[in-house]
Design a protein around this ligand. Structure first.
Ligand code: ACO
Length: 308
């Protein structure tokens, strides 16, 4: 059985924080942030909202979009680097909140690659026939681990959530291939110790190389080439990193999803949020071949080739 996306949702907090707002609290400028990262503004969740609150809203929309009842969900996987607490998991909080009484529930920790890791994990359960419907959520409240005194990281991140329901689809659709990877020796370049600590240049070099490599690798695994790609959904970390991946696939600009200017880097939420926006804008059509590719703390990376 092939696993494909049968419903999609997302939630974006209302509060907009522009680069100009950040100019007032740290030594930075709109010009620097825009030209170095592509970010113009980001959304920040209110103090009383937790990651599970963001995830629940995205999940509800995805379940509604899939036209299923919460009781049909066999499993909930939440990718997040900012869980409400270490346990119970965000997935368990959602299980209760959504009324998904039959669902097994777990969180996955792979930082910004988390959504790809979660999708690939969910796909295994569906492909083997063990489960039929799995809710996969990428949700982050990065503002709670952002150091607002550090201009080198404070300008990059935002809050948000995206969700999909994976279900059985016909053999020519759905997830065709995936690649997951990790290099623990790079953990020192990007980690959380109360707040995000990053060696931006090292992460940048790694990301530029890996995003292109992984995109090509998943295509090869599916017996496809870059000429077959209709749409690229890259992790939205930095427009220059995303552009490098696009150029590696030799895709025109309009074939790459770009939401970073509005939302910044929302870590595990960035890929499902971007996918959602392209789908709802009618840019992704039946039968299109999509490559989703991400990287993040760990260091980790992952990519998926999916036929819509
Ligand atoms: N405003 C103004 N100046 C700044 C800012 C800022 N916000 N941040 C840094 N600078 C300065 C630096 O101090 C430095 O000044 P100096 O030359 O006087 O020392 C100068 O700008 C250049 O700094 P660099 O770090 O070399 O800038 P770079 O072009 O590499 O861009 C950036 C930095 C945007 C962080 C980039 O390296 C990057 O995007 N790296 C990847 C980050 C990333 O994708 N992280 C993923 C996190 S995913 C996750 O798992 C959470």
């Amino acid at each position: 059985m092939r696993a494909g996306i049968i419903g999609i949702g997302r939630y974006i907090p209302e509060k907009v924080v522009t680069n100009y707002d950040l100019e007032k609290i740290m030594d930075t400028s709109d010009e620097w942030i825009r030209t170095r990262t592509g970010i113009e503004e980001r959304r920040i969740a209110s103090d009383d909202m937790k990651t599970s609150d963001l995830g629940a809203r995205a999940a509800l929309e995805a379940i509604e979009d899939a036209k299923i009842s919460p009781e049909e969900i066999d499993m909930i996987i939440v990718a997040t680097a900012t869980p409400d607490q270490s346990f119970p998991s965000v997935a368990c909080v959602l299980q209760e909140r959504l009324g998904a009484k039959r669902a097994a529930a777990l969180d996955i920790s792979a930082a910004c690659s988390g959504f790809i890791y979660a999708m690939a994990t969910a796909e295994q359960f569906i492909q083997t026939g063990a489960y039929k419907k799995i809710l996969v959520v990428g949700a982050e409240k990065l503002s709670k681990i952002t150091d607002w005194n550090d201009r080198s990281t404070g300008v990059l991140f935002g809050d948000g959530a995206g969700a999909v329901v994976l279900g059985e689809v016909s053999d020519d659709r759905g997830i065709l291939s995936f690649e997951l990877g990790a290099d623990g020796s790079g953990g020192k370049h990007l980690y959380e110790k109360g707040h995000i600590v990053m060696n931006g240049r090292e992460v940048f070099k790694f990301a530029v190389r890996q995003m292109g490599e992984s995109s090509i690798n998943v295509l090869e695994k599916a017996g496809l080439t870059k000429e077959d790609v209709d749409f690229l959904i890259p992790h939205q970390a930095n427009i220059r990193i995303m552009e490098a991946a696009r150029q590696r696939l030799e895709l025109p600009e309009e074939k790459m999803s770009k939401t970073i200017h509005k939302y910044g880097n929302t870590s595990a939420a960035s890929i499902p949020i971007s996918l959602y926006e392209e789908v709802k804008a009618g840019k992704i059509k039946d039968g299109d071949l999509i490559v989703m590719v991400g990287f993040g703390g760990g260091l980790t990376w992952g990519a998926i080739a999916l036929r819509w």
